[in-house]
Design a binder for this molecule. Sequence first.
Ligand SMILES: Nc1nc2c(c(=O)[nH]1)N(C=O)[C@@H](CNc1ccc(C(=O)N[C@@H](CCC(=O)O)C(=O)O)cc1)CN2
Ligand SMILES: Nc1ncnc2c1ncn2[C@@H]1O[C@H](COP(=O)(O)OP(=O)(O)OP(=O)(O)O)[C@@H](O)[C@H]1O
Length: 198
Amino acid sequence: MRKELLLYFMTKKELRKLYKEKREGISSRDKLKLDDLLLIRFQQLAFENVHNLLTYWPLAGKAEPNTHLFSGYLRHMIPGLRISYPVCNLNDFSMKAVIIDEDTTYTTNDYGITEPKDGRPVAPSELDLILVPMLVCDQQGFRVGYGKGFYDRFLASCREDVLTIGFSYFPPIEKIIDTQAFDVPLNYCITPEDVYEF
Ligand SMILES: Nc1nc2c(c(=O)[nH]1)N(C=O)[C@@H](CNc1ccc(C(=O)N[C@@H](CCC(=O)O)C(=O)O)cc1)CN2
Ligand SMILES: Nc1ncnc2c1ncn2[C@@H]1O[C@H](COP(=O)(O)OP(=O)(O)OP(=O)(O)O)[C@@H](O)[C@H]1O
């Protein structure tokens, strides 16, 4: 059977392992180019009524897309944009969105993720745009993340009309076979080649 066909029958857990390996196999030189392509695709979207953004700090060593490019672009395009970053509670896998500014100091949590050290949280209902970490998604926008459910829990407390965008170096697969009731699909997945709307 061709390798692509096997993808159609994979669970989140299997996809997580496969796509972690695929992503970490991208050379840093290629990654720079791919991140530029992601930015160009991102710039094709219109961001109307976006005042509150939740982005995330890319994990060093896990080859996550360079989200600083996307938040930097939005900061330039949207005067007064409020930018927040997740602060995780590793005991109950909850997280809050903490507003940052030029005076913010940062710390590294137990997962090696950079987080604001202090700062005011923004209510989830105030967020207009969320950049959601992902490894791969399917053609309905269901996503595989790191598997702790941080974002599924958090998105459950956000507005119904919040815009969610994921970035991936790989196109959506046909179907994740074990999606569950708590899974919140993305609105968009941006890849170096395309913008997928779900
Ligand atoms: N950059 C970034 N920030 C993010 C996320 C993310 O995926 N990327 N998250 C998205 O939810 C939340 C954090 N979730 C995470 C969950 C697990 C691991 C992780 O590396 N797990 C290791 C085991 C680590 C350990 O237990 O010591 C692993 O699965 O191999 C990282 C982040 C919030 N912030
Ligand atoms: N809204 C929720 N309320 C309670 N538990 C949840 C909720 N959403 C997800 N979970 C729990 O989180 C676990 C991980 O979910 P899943 O495998 O979908 O993670 P993921 O989407 O890959 O990770 P992440 O959201 O951190 O990027 C699930 O086993 C589930 O028990």
